[in-house]
Design a protein around this ligand. Structure first.
Ligand SMILES: [Zn+2]
Length: 325
């Protein structure tokens, strides 16, 4: 009888000590745990994707293999939306493209898969009252198909200048064929970054290598009913590069740099180029609703929340680096 009373208490004590066990500082386990704290639910999409959470693949529609048919439009099409006074969503449910309007034309940030460029970007701009012929620059965060297949289309049809990291121009120009075509070299961005000015608007282009060697991120201002908010846009996220300790160190350092730039700029809006990372499609639609007095824009957080995004990404990358040392 005494034994039967003792046993559940012992089992409970054992379970509690396991739950409370702290991972050894500086280990991958400790970094993953820190990243989980830093992510919270604010950055759950990116945390899930890069921090070893089960079932972390997000099914994005692609052309069926061996066919030229685009995926069924009903699986990807999203309406275009004005999200800030000077920023318009022209992406799909999965991949973001944005139009930043200025006093001297439009800067488009990222393209999407070629199959969606006409419906989302070109028709989308027109539906919003914007003219694709006014697109002066297209900033390509990195040279992967889900973000760059509209570059040559805009360059050819609208005279748009394409801005890309130097290293990603190299991989781009090495292509012989590509959906939408291979763009001609326009503006390359080196490790020191670039300040791009068009009319009254400046985009601070930051070299953040890691996801690809030429990945770019951006800092720029948006306005909500005339009130200025500063955005940091993270240009490369997933860990689908050839994995090595060195590669993860480069990625980690770019996250440290991004956190510093976000804090220095006072960024309270975190954006990215997959809707799973920043919930762009949800936020774009919620932004259409009338807000109560004092209610923040759905994209507005605070500097600490934005910085936690990069701290989380840094810690996930550092954990992966340690596991390969
Ligand atoms: Zn990519």
């Amino acid at each position: 009888m005494q034994y039967r009373q003792w046993l559940p208490a012992a089992v409970f004590a054992l379970a509690a000590s396991t739950l409370n066990a702290q991972p050894t500082p500086g280990t991958p386990e400790a970094l993953f745990a820190a990243a989980r704290q830093e992510a919270g639910l604010d950055h759950a999409g990116t945390y899930r994707r890069i921090c070893g959470v089960p079932d972390n693949r997000y099914g994005t529609p692609r052309r069926p293999p061996g066919t030229s048919a685009p995926p069924d439009r009903d699986t990807w099409y999203a309406r275009p939306y004005r999200v800030f006074d000077n920023l318009y969503f022209i992406g799909t449910r999965f991949h973001s493209a944005w139009a930043l309007t200025t006093s001297a034309g439009i800067v488009v940030i990222d393209s999407i898969f070629e199959y969606a460029v006409e419906a989302e970007m070109i028709d989308g701009l027109r539906a919003l009252g914007l003219d694709p012929n006014d697109v002066r620059y297209m900033l390509i965060s990195h040279a992967h198909g889900d973000h760059d297949q509209g570059a040559a289309i805009f360059q050819r049809r609208f005279g748009t200048q394409i801005v890309m990291g130097e290293a990603d121009w190299e991989s781009t120009l090495a292509r012989t064929e590509y959906p939408g075509g291979v763009p001609k070299r326009d503006i390359g961005v080196g490790p020191g970054g670039l300040t791009l000015t068009l009319g009254d608007t400046t985009v601070d282009v930051i070299a953040t290598p890691g996801h690809t060697p030429g990945t770019l991120s951006y800092v720029f201002d948006v306005y909500e009913d005339g009130r200025k908010l500063t955005v940091i846009y993270a240009g490369g996220t997933a860990f689908n590069f050839p994995p090595s300790a060195r590669a993860f160190a480069i990625y980690r350092d770019s996250m440290v740099k991004s956190a510093e730039r976000a804090r220095a700029a006072g960024a309270t809006v975190l954006m990215s180029n997959h809707t799973e990372f920043d919930r762009a499609w949800d936020r774009a639609r919620i932004a259409q609703l009338r807000r109560l007095p004092g209610e923040p824009h759905p994209y507005e957080t605070d500097v600490d929340t934005v910085v936690r995004y990069f701290d989380m990404s840094r810690d996930c990358a550092e954990a992966e680096r340690l596991m390969r040392e």
